[in-house]
Design a protein around this ligand. Structure first.
Ligand code: SF4
Length: 334
């Protein structure tokens, strides 16, 4: 008998373990906490009002945690004798060493909490993910830019962790990409928690096939080879490499062209069940999405309905059709 709910359709319960809450690190000031240098905050409503319904937050303010106090002098990245240092220009105090030691230890602690992702405050010399201005000693901007010091440690020590800046979350595609990566990491964590085996890895890889193809087909094929190499390399290495490849593949932005390819591929599994009018309706919606007339949610919804109606087993197992809760409406604008 065909399943009758969206949840049944895409086996959310199988891959989303309700006992494993979604947990993300976040720059404390984004939650509205007055921890900035001027006793202000940088509350982000998408984080506090929307994501808070789905995620548990682990707030981190590196500058407060290294003891810089509130309020405090502003700090910046300064190029000094070939190195980038974290300095308070008004006092000349150099926080590089204390921040580096703190960041290394803090990231190790966060790894023990097994986060699913991290949202960083942009334009901060501590938290900024990229393009943070570096200055020369004379106060002029240098030619280079860098990551904030804490963000750099996160990237270096935890390359598989989905990271994003709050400003970039205003871009619908980047937002969907980040949330998708967070849910993917949570599913991966669930798999590991249950005891990762080669068989479960094959099933996981299969369930994410269309989703991965929408991002990076070459990476999907590489990961397939990796899964196929089970037994020839130590399991731990295999799982570690897979996770890295998995997150790195998802980090490639899904494009309209790739989505269209995936939808057409999925149609190959559905079309024999459809009458010509239904087929035409879906193909027109796919074309309209390709032409930018309709959002992804439209062909997706039509296909989901038919997959459920005709009980197409292969597509029912594909997380591409259900990578995150529909209430987040992430594909309504994509
Ligand atoms: S950007 Fe980072 S260091 Fe600065 S106030 Fe926010 S959380 Fe603290």
């Amino acid at each position: 008998m065909a399943p009758d709910t969206e949840t049944d359709l895409h086996q959310r319960s199988r891959w989303h373990d309700p006992a494993l809450p979604l947990r993300i690190g976040v720059s404390t000031c984004l939650l509205g906490e007055a921890v900035r240098y001027d006793k202000g905050h940088a509350k982000n409503r998408f984080v506090t009002d929307t994501l808070s319904r789905w995620f548990d937050f682990v707030p981190v303010c590196p500058e407060v945690e290294v003891g810089m106090g509130i309020p405090r002098p502003t700090i910046r990245l300064v190029e000094r004798e070939g190195e980038v240092r974290l300095v308070a220009p008004s006092t000349g105090e150099d926080f590089t060493d204390v921040m580096a030691a703190y960041a290394e230890k803090k990231v190790t602690q966060l790894q023990k909490l097994d986060l699913d992702g991290y949202i960083l405050k942009s334009r901060s010399p501590s938290c900024g993910m990229e393009r943070i201005k570096v200055y020369l000693e004379n106060g002029m901007p240098a030619q280079t830019s860098d990551s904030g010091m804490f963000a750099a440690a996160l990237k270096r020590q935890w390359p598989a962790l989905p990271l994003e800046e709050e400003g970039r979350l205003n871009d619908h595609r980047l937002r969907e990409n980040f949330i998708e990566r967070v849910f993917c990491r949570n599913r991966w964590r669930g798999l590991v928690a249950k005891g990762l085996s080669r068989r479960s890895l094959v099933e996981f890889h299969t369930a994410h096939k269309l989703l991965l193809l929408a991002h990076n087909e070459a990476a999907y094929r590489r990961m397939g080879k990796l899964v196929g190499s089970a037994g020839t390399i130590p399991d731990q290495d295999l799982f570690q490499q897979y996770e890295l490849e998995f997150q790195s593949a998802l980090n490639t932005k899904a494009t309209v062209r790739r989505h269209v390819n995936v939808l057409q591929h999925a149609m190959g599994h559905l079309k024999n069940k459809l009458q010509s009018r239904q087929k035409r309706e879906i193909l027109t919606a796919i074309q309209d999405f390709a032409d930018g007339i309709l959002p992804l949610i439209v062909p997706m919804t039509l296909m989901r309905y038919n997959i459920r109606h005709f009980d197409v087993e292969y597509l029912m197992g594909q997380l591409y059709f259900d990578p995150h809760p529909k209430e987040l409406m992430l594909r309504n604008h994509a």
